[in-house]
Design a protein around this ligand. Structure first.
Ligand SMILES: NC(=O)c1ccc[n+]([C@@H]2O[C@H](COP(=O)([O-])OP(=O)(O)OC[C@H]3O[C@@H](n4cnc5c(N)ncnc54)[C@H](OP(=O)(O)O)[C@@H]3O)[C@@H](O)[C@H]2O)c1
Length: 360
């Protein structure tokens, strides 16, 4: 496999730091460019993240001395130096839309962690185990943008990366018709640590702006179909969500209730979870977990602190499956929000795009 030259825009932030860390250890990717706001431009990466490095691993050696570029003004230069960029900038939504499109139009593909383009109909929003075929719409996106190689692909919101994988292998076979989810989301999802977010200590905050809408709507795009070069969203199942911020550093948990047209047995559900494997596993993509869903029999698992790092934070853990008095079943899901839910999920998507020839 050839090595791809990669840039990260928004490299100094919480998700950007994850990207830099993952790329530094990646067998296919080589970190060439780090960029962020004009506040960071001109500093070395080490200087730019001084006092706010939030990863457990130290700043990678390959990144330390790279001189930061300005993500907004150095687009042509960056596009000339890399095969594609990961985007993790925190700006206004319309600014992110315009910025990512400017990279695509400069013939630099963008794999984005941001929500700005998630509802652009010809931008694929992909969880590689669930809807890898949606990358087909890139051909019509390129035609719209007038590009040969440039395009934007996005990953979905971190809140749903635990329960959508658990519902997916049951959805068609048993006719999933409705689901209720309550999420318990870590503070790194807000780009925060306990030092920068003291209000969360000993606390639960029952509101995360925009999160409930994303948790309810985005699964329907993931489960949508490609028609005439666009994604047409699914109409079912109906999902209702409440999203809470809780005092955990990393790891989003979800309490899930689900009903089906044809109620499966508990054994059938556990069997479908055990067998769930997708294109990333078939292709042996470097970041793909070997076993996507890990089911726990123990009553007190999964636990955020114990289980978020299963398979390098790329697997989903599920437990407490039991029948419910109002829905057919209830269970608990967990995924690492900045790995599977953010940078790791985007790296896996980039691997899929490389394997399918979109980055050549
Ligand atoms: N944290 C998560 O788990 C998570 C999950 C899913 C999605 N997201 C989304 O991912 C994005 C990044 O999140 P985060 O938590 O990493 O945020 P963050 O820690 O606040 O980092 C924001 C990054 O954006 C850069 N930036 C800000 N203004 C900019 C500008 N005008 N031009 C270029 N770069 C600019 C910052 O650069 P400077 O250092 O130079 O200011 C920094 O690198 C957000 O849109 C967030 O909603 C986060």
């Amino acid at each position: 496999m050839k090595k791809y030259k990669v840039g990260v825009i928004g490299a100094t932030g919480m998700v950007g730091q994850r990207f830099v860390t993952l790329i530094s250890e990646h067998p296919w990717f080589e970190l060439k460019v780090v960029a962020a706001s004009s506040r960071s431009a001109g500093k070395t990466y080490e200087e730019a993240v001084a006092g706010r490095w939030a990863m457990q691993k130290p700043i990678p050696e390959c990144a330390k001395k790279l001189v930061m570029k300005c993500a907004e003004t150095d687009i042509a230069e960056i596009a000339g130096e890399v095969d594609f960029v990961f985007s993790a900038v925190d700006m206004k939504k319309d600014e992110i839309k315009a910025l990512e499109e400017a990279y695509a139009k400069a013939e630099c593909p963008v794999v984005s962690n941001n929500s700005a383009h998630r509802w652009t109909p010809d931008v694929p929003m992909v969880v590689p185990e669930i809807n890898p075929e949606h990358i087909e719409v890139i051909a019509s996106q390129r035609a719209r943008l007038g590009t040969k190689r440039g395009f934007i692909a996005v990953k979905s919101n971190c809140s749903l990366q635990s329960y959508v994988p658990a519902l997916h292998p049951l959805k068609d076979e048993f006719g999933l018709n409705r689901a209720l989810v309550c999420t318990y989301q870590a503070i790194s999802g807000a780009g925060k640590t306990f030092e920068t977010f003291p209000d969360i200590v000993d606390n639960v905050i029952p509101y995360i702006g925009g999160e409930e809408e994303k948790s309810e709507r985005e699964p329907l795009k993931l489960w949508g179909k490609v028609e005439n070069g666009e994604i047409v969203t699914a109409e079912k199942p109906s999902i209702t969500a409440q999203c809470f911020r809780v005092a955990c550093s990393d790891g989003h948990m979800a309490a899930v209730f689900a009903s089906f047209d044809k109620k499966p047995t508990k054994e059938e559900i556990i069997d479908r979870w055990a067998k769930f494997s997708g294109v990333p596993q078939e292709l042996g993509l470097p970041s793909a977990p070997k076993q996507f869903i890990h089911y726990f029999e123990e009553d007190n698992r999964p636990q955020t602190k114990l289980d978020r790092m299963i398979e390098n934070g790329m697997a989903v853990s599920v437990g407490r499956l039991r029948e419910d008095s109002q829905y057919d079943y209830k269970f608990v899901c967990l995924s690492h929000n900045t790995l599977r839910g953010a940078a790791g999920g985007a790296v896996l998507l980039a691997e899929l795009l490389c394997a399918k020839g979109y980055m050549d």
